[in-house]
Design a protein around this ligand. Structure first.
Ligand code: BGC
Length: 366
């Protein structure tokens, strides 16, 4: 009896291993996290787009943990993936990229550049520097800085994204290139740490490890009873929607901001932030049509797998001033860029009309 049970167990294990690892795939999609809403959509859209092109695709999310993502990538390679589309967490992904090279799989860095190696095919993303300039411009407009004077300056505090994500550098620098002239004229004053450039030491103080909302909220709370205790903040440079809402939550708990919240930027056009903008809380977001990014990335994988000449409608090659976006620290990778769009209360219908939300959500945004 025991023997039969043992044999059965081995059979069950063998079958489940076959089902689990044996399933062949063409394209492996490795996404970084689910705590920022967009990545759930990105993963699902990428899989759907790859399947539309006739490929077998699999998607996994890594909970902002690079060793987990590397294991997931190994899994894709074991399943025979010919192409990998990777939204990485940090440069620890390099060893998995090297394995993919050895196996002959095409590697595409998706949205976030893979740093520390340039030994992969392509990087596809939005113009991340422009994302930052749009964030900065929305603060200039929201505060009417053109009319501000140094006798009655406006006060801002600065937040940045994850120090492990090169996108965070471009978002910050784009914003600062717009804001610095006002700061230097004394019409805008920075409260709290003030890096002028992402390479300044103070950048580490405003950065938010792994884009975690509780980290940004705690820093804002500390700021409100610390450096910002004696002023009323007019604006907050927030790098994305998840962090913007966390920062605004901290402000809402402070009696000073009951009547008026700081003009706060964002990014991703998350539904909750779109609602917040509609309700006059968050000031702006940057809409990146990730459905288009996913469509473009799947087509790129298709052309690379087939060895065709790359030609992706709706993208431009990062050249000239934009070439830096494709710098990995070791060299340049070919980089394709899509265009981001600034969204405020005035044009909230842009992402709605692009079909970015579910019907029920779109209705709430009317
Ligand atoms: C993406 C943003 C996103 C952030 C946090 C960045 O790399 O470009 O869209 O908000 O990561 O996930």
């Amino acid at each position: 009896m025991k023997k039969i049970a043992g044999v059965l167990l081995i059979l069950v294990l063998a079958v489940s291993m076959l089902v689990g690892c044996g399933k062949k795939i063409d394209i492996g999609i490795a996404m970084p996290e689910t705590h920022v809403e967009r990545w759930v959509k990105d993963g699902n859209s990428l899989k759907a787009e790859a399947e539309k092109l006739g490929y077998k695709a699999a998607v996994q999310w890594a909970n902002a943990d690079q060793p987990t993502q590397n294991q997931q990538i190994q899994g894709f390679l074991t399943q025979g993936a010919k192409a990998l589309i990777i939204g990485n967490i940090n440069d620890g992904v390099g060893s998995a990229v090297a394995d993919a090279r050895r196996e002959g799989a095409v590697v595409i860095a998706y949205d976030r550049i893979i740093q520390g190696t340039d030994d992969y095919e392509y990087y596809i993303t939005f113009n991340n520097y422009k994302v930052g300039t749009l964030q900065g411009q929305s603060i200039v407009d929201g505060l009417d800085l053109a009319a501000a004077t140094s006798a009655a300056p406006k006060f801002i505090t600065l937040f940045a994204g994850s120090p492990t994500d090169a996108n965070a550098n471009f978002f910050f620098q784009g914003a600062m290139d717009v804001l610095l002239p006002y700061i230097d004229r004394g019409v805008l004053r920075v409260v709290g740490p003030f890096p002028r450039h992402y390479s300044d030491a103070a950048f580490q103080q405003i950065a938010t490890e792994n884009w975690q909302a509780p980290v940004a909220k705690a820093r804002m709370e500390a700021l409100l009873i610390g450096a910002a205790r004696t002023v009323t903040l007019d604006a907050v440079l927030a790098p994305n929607d998840t962090l913007a809402r966390a920062i605004l939550e901290a402000c809402k708990a402070d009696s000073k901001y009951q009547a008026k919240l700081p003009v706060t930027s964002g990014q991703d056009a998350e539904f909750d932030s779109a609602m917040s903008i509609k309700n006059g809380e968050q000031y702006s977001t940057v809409f990146k049509d990730t459905a288009k990014l996913a469509e473009a990335a799947a087509l790129l994988a298709d052309q690379l797998i087939k060895g065709l000449e790359v030609d992706i409608p709706g993208t431009v090659l990062a050249e000239g001033d934009l070439e830096e976006i494709g710098f990995t620290g070791t060299g340049y990778v070919k980089t394709l860029l899509l265009d981001p769009i600034l969204v405020t209360k005035d044009n909230l219908q842009v992402p709605v009309e692009a079909g970015f939300y579910t019907e029920a959500q779109a209705e709430q945004l009317q």
